[in-house]
Design a protein around this ligand. Sequence first.
Ligand code: SAH
Length: 354
Amino acid sequence: MEQTEKRELLSLAPSELEAWMLSVGEPKYRAAQLFPQLHKGVSPDEVTTLGKSLRQKLAESFSYHLPVVEQKLVSSLDGTVKYLFALADGNCVESVVMRYDHGNTVCISSQVGCRMGCKFCASTIGGRVRDLTPGELLGQVIAAQKDLGERISNIVMMGIGEPLDNYDNVLRFLHLVTCEQGLNIGARHISLSTCGLVDRILQLSQEALAITLSVSLHAPDDETRSAIMPINNRWGVDELLDACRVYFARTGRRISFEYTLIAGKNDSPALAEKLALVLNRHLRTREETMPIHVNLIPVNEVDETGFRRSGKAAVATFAKVLESRGIRATVRRKLGADINAACGQLRRNRQNQT
Ligand code: SAH
């Protein structure tokens, strides 16, 4: 009980830790000694330079929990590591580390579950349980880095949950993880993926953050999109792409689009034509010319959904149509195929067992 009332050390900004130090009669530099250690995964009671009484005071006021590795799967094909992490309250989320030539990328979760209801997605099946705190968002990066013993240089927010549905915590996390005194991961090395919360995309466009925004489009028209993504009933394709145009105009940061190919649902050449048309119409206006890049992802088959992945030929044709209309399209390389539990499936398997 007492635990939950304590503030999380990992959610504090350097200035807040300094203010606390001053409030308990400690010099400011104590914060500078502590903060980098916390972000390396060292618990405050191990930071002996602080002295015993200060460590005691910290323990009385704050909690410090890193996500605990519940399950870890390592791909023998490409070294991809998938973690099922247990949070302090016993809830679990997934994080995945992918190894690229340019460094390690971690894909983190933003919520326990999700309430967006996308029909092809395993993460949303049980709904949303709760938001992750800034410290829990950060904790996934720290815990993965600590477990691997290697630096993580890139972050993608494409795990369980809708990051823009947990806006304030995600924003605080972005400030913490880019902090020079902490992990110091540059905003340009961070991508955030959204199913299309238009109000939040517009809000994010005002934050002056150099992160990359990914939009999960998955269909070029309202009829097709609403059938697989309920959020489209709130904001349709035109409104969403218009928000993308505004985002690009305000930030100068191009947006990448995700398109999950589902056999017989959204993968016809006619829909590829429509997609090219609608993207060009919204994003290549007389005022703005955004370079457009679409990531094509054959859907990961989830037992409960019954959706099938598009065949190789359909994927290739879809990409070719886009390219012929001046839109770069890449078919997402499948990493960790042997440990593949599509996003959210590890957590679901665990839930089904208990
Ligand atoms: N909520 C955010 C981020 C999490 S999902 C979003 O919607 O973008 C990350 C990406 O995986 C999204 O593009 C999502 O649509 C996609 N995705 C979800 N389930 C999938 C599945 N079974 N196969 C392929 N992609 C999937």
